[in-house]
Design a protein around this ligand. Structure first.
Ligand SMILES: NC(=O)c1ccc[n+]([C@@H]2O[C@H](COP(=O)([O-])OP(=O)(O)OC[C@H]3O[C@@H](n4cnc5c(N)ncnc54)[C@H](OP(=O)(O)O)[C@@H]3O)[C@@H](O)[C@H]2O)c1
Length: 353
């Protein structure tokens, strides 16, 4: 079988196609013939040696895939050969055959195609964990999503709407915003490509606030920082972008707002805590590392909820392009250069066979 292999940390171009021995499932493991692979920003980070999870070289990137069960190891009763499944791992899915722990595998609905299954779980889990478990978003609250045209961003828009929130999408291109609006966002903010200087950050904060639709009470306020309970601003902000976009986001939080630090695609932010103090606000780091959250088969209730949202059309990965797996390096280059809207999927030769 063939896999994409990274021999040295660096740019996406370091990824090469290699013939490898097929893996054999041990006890508790499932061998999947991979048809489709979801591409995530974390793959760019792991290739660059910038992921929090340290990999030893050589390694194969990729955290999710969908395909058909080829074989199961001793003790596996949850799935059987021939079934269509999705799976997640911490790496290794850019390959034609992949072994997963049975807890990382979940049967997919008949109506879900392989590219959709390959991009379905990781961003949905991340957005659901952030928005519901951490921020506890309530119906009617204002949610701002940065990077709203990307994978996790679009899932946050969809899940925010599924929860009955008013969702404002922010992104760097009209195409990305169109996608977010097509998935239910109520308003859109186009931001500059960045990095933003101070004046641009202030202008963006003002624009975010214009769309927050949370009345500002008269009276107590210190300049732009309101200290009253009904202050204008967002109840929840989902930020997978970071960099110089985070300060304007923090400044547009409302009273007791919850800021979700999901990722730093534009760099680790360097921010002032002033706006948080005056608004009794919270910064929440997002790390759904607990296996009960991270692994699909360990949280069947969560998967049942996601599948229900899928059937109702509320949660649908927006696949804008597919590529042969052999072109993975070029795809990661597009992602690193911010040129991808929605989701892209790698298709293996096994899907064509
Ligand atoms: N905490 C967790 O457990 C967890 C799990 C999954 C993902 N994440 C994080 O969530 C974020 C989104 O991940 P994803 O897989 O959905 O990726 P994605 O589809 O590539 O989305 C990332 C978005 O970040 C924005 N961006 C801003 N500056 C960028 C830059 N210099 N390079 C690339 N993108 C840039 C882009 O939107 P604009 O061009 O519109 O700004 C892009 O759409 C990433 O930061 C990722 O690390 C975290």
């Amino acid at each position: 079988m063939r896999a994409m292999v990274c021999d040295s940390f660096g740019p996406p171009e370091n990824l090469v196609l290699r013939e490898m021995p097929g893996p054999v499932p041990a006890a508790g493991q499932v061998l999947i013939e991979v048809h489709a692979v979801g591409v995530n920003f974390t793959d760019v980070l792991s290739m660059g040696g910038r992921s929090q999870l340290k990999r030893s070289l050589p390694f194969t990137p990729g955290v999710e895939a969908a395909g058909v069960v080829m074989a199961v190891g001793p003790g596996v009763r949850t799935v059987k050969p021939g079934q269509r499944v999705l799976g997640t791992r911490t790496d290794g899915t850019y390959a034609e055959e992949v072994v997963f722990s049975a807890e990382e595998v979940f049967v997919i609905p008949d109506t879900m195609d392989m590219p959709t299954a390959a991009t379905f779980y990781v961003v949905a889990m991340t957005a659901d964990y952030s928005i519901n478990q951490r921020a506890k978003l309530s119906p009617g609250e204002n949610l701002l999503v940065l990077g709203a045209g990307g994978g996790a961003g679009l899932a946050a828009v969809e899940i925010g709407k599924a929860q009955g929130a008013r969702v404002v999408a922010a992104a760097s291109s009209g195409q990305k915003l169109e996608l977010a609006l097509s998935r239910g966002a109520d308003a859109a903010v186009l931001y500059p490509p960045g990095p933003l200087d101070l004046a641009e950050q202030k202008a963006l904060a003002a624009e975010f606030l214009q769309h927050a639709q949370r009345d500002k009470s008269d009276g107590l306020s210190i300049g732009d920082i309101s200290t009253v309970h009904d202050s204008r601003g967002y109840h929840v902000i989902f930020d997978g972008v970071g960099g110089t976009y985070t300060e304007p986001a923090l400044r547009s939080l409302g009273w007791q707002g919850r800021y979700l630090a999901v990722g730093f695609a534009a760099g680790v932010p360097n921010v002032s805590l002033g706006p948080l103090l005056f608004k009794d606000a919270n910064i929440m780091g997002i790390q759904p590392g607990d296996d009960n959250v991270r692994l699909p088969a360990r949280s069947p209730e969560r998967m049942a909820k996601f599948y229900q949202w899928f059937r109702r059309g509320l949660l649908r990965p927006q696949i804008t392009r597919t590529f042969p797996m052999e072109e993975a390096a070029g795809v990661l280059r597009l992602m690193a250069d911010r040129k991808i809207s929605g989701r892209v999927v790698l298709i293996t030769s096994r899907a064509q066979a």
